[in-house]
Design a binder for this molecule. Structure first.
Ligand SMILES: [Mg+2]
Length: 177
């Protein structure tokens, strides 16, 4: 059984890619400034990287899960081509105003911590030594509820934010072997 290790959690829209408003088409994927280099930096620093994304547009009927998977395949290919790597992606397809009443309530939609907790459980991640970067208060609330450190990113180059995140991860990494 491997030792739980620290990890980096990234929100998607507004952190990895520009949030054009429910982006879901491959042709609408555009990196946030320096996002590819920032992810490469975190990957080369040795930390597993996960994406946790609210995609309530599925519940609202704007697009389906297949579109999200196509978007993520493209996103991961772009990231890999630039030297980075995403280990896993968690998607919440629920929304309080979802068409299907059964899609309205969940434990995964941020600010709830369900996606982070699930990934941590499946990949043996030590959340107390992990960091989440997001662009909304709901990301910070999810990080806090999951017991990891949240860093709020409000645009501009993602690199200095990522350097801060890696510093936090490294600082809390001393007991990791
Ligand atoms: Mg966002």
């Amino acid at each position: 059984m491997p030792q739980p290790r620290p990890a980096l959690f990234l929100d998607r829209d507004g952190v990895i890619n520009i949030d054009h408003g429910y982006p879901h088409r491959v042709e609408d994927f555009d990196f946030m400034p320096d996002a590819a280099d920032a992810i490469k930096f975190a990957h080369q620093s040795g930390f597993p990287i996960f994406v946790v994304t609210n995609q309530g547009g599925i519940g609202l009927g704007y697009f389906d899960i297949a579109a999200v998977h196509r978007f993520h395949t493209h996103m991961c290919e772009c990231i890999t081509a630039k030297g980075g790597q995403i280990m896993d992606i968690a998607i919440c397809s629920h929304h309080p105003k979802a068409i299907d009443p059964e899609m309205r309530d969940c434990s995964c939609r941020k600010p709830k911590p369900g996606m982070i907790l699930d990934l941590a459980n499946r990949h043996q991640i030590d959340l107390s030594r992990s960091v989440m970067i997001g662009d909304r208060d709901t990301d910070m609330a999810a990080a806090s509820a999951a017991g990891c450190h949240g860093i709020l990113y409000s645009g501009g180059s993602l690199l200095p934010i990522m350097m801060e995140a890696v510093k936090q991860l490294s600082r809390t990494d001393e007991s990791y072997s």
